[in-house]
Ligand binder design. Sequence first.
Ligand code: GLC
Length: 731
Amino acid sequence: MLTDAQKARVEELLSQMTIEEKIGQMNQESPSIVGGFSVPFPELIEMLNDGRISQEEFGQIMSTAKRDFHEDDIRAGLVGSMMGDDPVKANELQKIAVEESRLGIPLIMGFDVIHGLRTVYPIAIAEAGSFDTDLFERTARVAAKESRAHGIGWNFAPMLDVARDSRWGRVSEGPGEDPYLASCFACAKIRGLQGDRSSAENYVAACLKHYVAYSACESGRDYNTTSMSISQLHNVYLPPFKAAVEEGALTAMASFNDLNGVPCTVNPYTLRKILKGEYGMPGFVVSDANGIKECVTHGIAEDDMDAGVQAVNAGLDMDMGTHIFKDHLKQAVEEGRVSMEVLDDAVRRILSVKMWLGLFDNPYVSEENIEKYKKLPQEHVEVALEAAKKSIVLLKNEGNVLPLDRKQKISLVGTLAANSEEVIGAWAMSWKREDCVTILDGMKNAGANVTYYACGGPEGEINYDEVKKACEEGDVVVAVVGELVSMSGEASSKAETGMPGRQREMLQAILDSGRPLVTVLMNGRPMALGWEGEHLPVMVEAWHLGIQMGNAVAAVLLGDENPSGRLASSFPYVTGQCPIYYNHPSTGRPGSKSKFTSRYLDAPFKALFPFGYGLSYTTYEYSDMKVQETADALEVSVNVKNTGDRSGTEVVQLYMQDITASLVRPVKELKGFTRVPLAAGEEKTVTLVLAKKDMGFYNNEGEYVLEDGKFNLFVGANSEDCLSEQVTVKF
Ligand code: GLC
């Protein structure tokens, strides 16, 4: 990570630091609201939560509030990191840290840049569905460059929570339900964020979150308890973190949840034994917001000091926002509850990441780089458009209604189609309205003959007169329905994940009119779409695609782009099926039509749309699967032919099943994929290689084992439609 000279500089610095300065490096602050209120700020939050003031009134008050940037504490060397995305402010605070504090240690500025900063690209669950690792890297590179130009050297990204339960709102922020796809996503994101060290303007430190198994919260309820076997933890939730550390990831964020009874903020097994020990992550671990303090509420710590002591001893190096390290660690060291070695290790890690970022050589953003992003660089916008197009999934296209013809009169229905805030998705705070393209904008940009009718959306009533008018005046109706951005993301779990509001009734009214209906979904989670799947002839999953959403959706609807996206998460018929995922164990009674099997009385047991699923405007045929064994691998080849009349890109997927093992294994596990462009009529032989070392699993002792035996190999267009071959492997 560092050169010997850099390591020596870190040690030299460490040797000069007082204990207060050491603890200061472990303290992260964000601009805090001060004064200006007739009520204390916490009560203001209460008033918002209980409805005494509206969101608008709260926003009004906040906009006038003074913010404390903790300049005095920075000057005193008591702050190691600040949050923020304003380059001018960042330069001001760095100047204080470097020129006015005793040792001149620069700050590391952190910010949530999950799917872009100014150039916002698709939310992760959508982008993962492109199955395009090169794209994952390029979008992250855009985020890294824009972050540095805003004074941010540290992205709280990638979010790598493998999620199987779409009641959990944060499923939108991560790469879906599969550990292998999530691991490929993770590695590509690390390359994109940290990889281009040719200039300090091109890379940032990544922060793997939320470490770990936060997405396995019971009942899909955010922040809820998680418990699982050690084998489940290692086989499902840890793989993307392990892969990311192997790719060079430098920092991680401990997650809010308790795991098997121990909150991840104070969990020595996950932090010290696994992440820093087995995986060898060289950088530092930051808590999630308020995470240390919440360990008292969890019931694992007597008080703040106890929580701080447990956290730092467990391997947590930086305190996000509670001041517990700042207020209590010195006393803890004096009382012998925390050793100086533990403290020095934490500070050494933090200083090393700052050194790796080049902050000691130059912590400032150049005026030129600030100027550069006053307007988004065209190449960044183009990457966002490419990502948006590749993330769109064609779910149904009965009667080949799509693609539409520009000669058709299109009635575009639904408030989501014209609201630029709704294209962005969760966890994007630095975008500008003028950069956003709604679906209405996009259809107009593409020269479609389109008329917009608001009619209604995820909340409130439907204007049926307007619906009637839209059906009468258009040759075809494109209805944009789904969720508001606020309905997914953090603290947005839902007990009912079907279509919100009265949108279903609106769709039914359009169906009743007899007009051809194209339904475009804008959503952050795999919604329960049983009714839609049964009644709607044409469905396009468009997620929250970021600033270029409108141009991407228009390109697909009008046939300028043949959709190639796939689902990174299974879609249920009904919420009651959650958690639902393709890579499940067989059980002794796999679901079937007969009663005494793993099924429901009142719902299907399969997914409505399975992992890896997505249609195209052309068709593909798979044939002639072959498996070739070599010393270290199984080479699986298959012929894929474009049997339609237009070119397209197929995502060929390779799955494996360990048929008999010392622990029950999933009926399928994704082990490879590749995007294959094919002209109309073209046939290619595609080969995917499965290394034998990757055919194992972790047992309940946390050991990785390879067990001889029979394996099924599958290759196909999604996790259900596959050709298969059985092989016997001796490792
Ligand atoms: C939030 C989120 C985390 C984010 C952090 C800082 O609560 O859990 O993803 O990075 O706080 O904003």
